[in-house]
Design a protein around this ligand. Structure first.
Ligand SMILES: Cc1cc2nc3c(=O)[nH]c(=O)nc-3n(C[C@H](O)[C@H](O)[C@H](O)COP(=O)(O)O)c2cc1C
Length: 200
């Protein structure tokens, strides 16, 4: 089995729902399995630290997860049209992997959740691609052959999977189309990784 790292930050659970749908798509591809990881919150109080093990949900990512994965799905809530600082903080610690080229040639995709429909999903998705391009990753999007991409009334973009969570801070369920597109993206990422590894 080859692992696809599904790495996300989620404060209120909406981005986590997308991560789980992407993982479902990954796990549907023979020989591939998802490895779901999150990152701790960064604190404005620099003395404050999160416990080493999260109270619930998946474990925190380690740098070796990046090295061991055959592909990467990277997700964050939108924060002022950009990724959350907690995920950026993790990525800023990946200089050893950049120097060694550990991620070069591996496929990657991105996903995000916003509070509002036009709240910056596409800018967040594009900004999340930038560090991945510096790492030499091969970006995978969602093609319009996925019919939900034309039908969706909320999230789902050619740049990556997305969800509109609404005005409240709390988690809201993915729409049918948002989920279908997230699953399709996970499937496409895993198939691409399998083909790059020389599998049919
Ligand atoms: C500091 C901050 C900035 C935010 N910026 C945006 C934004 O630019 N556009 C938007 O639509 N929603 C914005 N939101 C709302 C979140 O993106 C939205 O609630 C998201 O679904 C949360 O995902 P999560 O449940 O995974 O934490 C912001 C929320 C916070 C706390």
């Amino acid at each position: 089995m080859k692992d696809i790292l599904v790495l996300y930050y989620s404060r209120h659970g909406a981005t986590r729902e997308l991560a789980l749908a992407i993982a479902q798509g990954v796990d549907s591809v023979p020989g591939m399995q998802s490895r779901i990881r999150t990152v701790p919150s960064v604190s404005p109080v620099t003395e404050a630290t999160e416990p080493d093990i999260p109270a619930d949900g998946p474990p925190y990512a380690e740098l070796r997860d990046l090295e061991e994965c055959a592909g990467l799905a990277l997700g964050s809530p939108t924060r002022f049209g950009n990724m959350a600082a907690s995920l950026k903080h993790f990525l800023d610690g990946t200089t050893p992997q950049w120097l060694s080229g550990a991620l070069a040639g591996k496929p990657a995709c991105v996903f995000t959740s916003t509070g509002s429909l036009h709240g910056g999903q596409e800018t967040t998705l594009l900004s999340m691609m930038l560090p991945l391009l510096h790492h030499g990753m091969l970006l995978v999007g969602i093609p319009y052959t996925e019919s939900a991409l034309s039908a969706t009334q909320s999230g789902g973009t050619p740049y990556g999977a997305s969800h509109v969570s609404g005005a409240g801070a709390r988690e809201s369920a993915l729409s049918h189309d948002e989920k279908a597109l997230a699953v399709a993206l996970g499937t496409r990422l895993a198939r691409t990784a399998a083909r790059l590894a020389g599998r049919p």
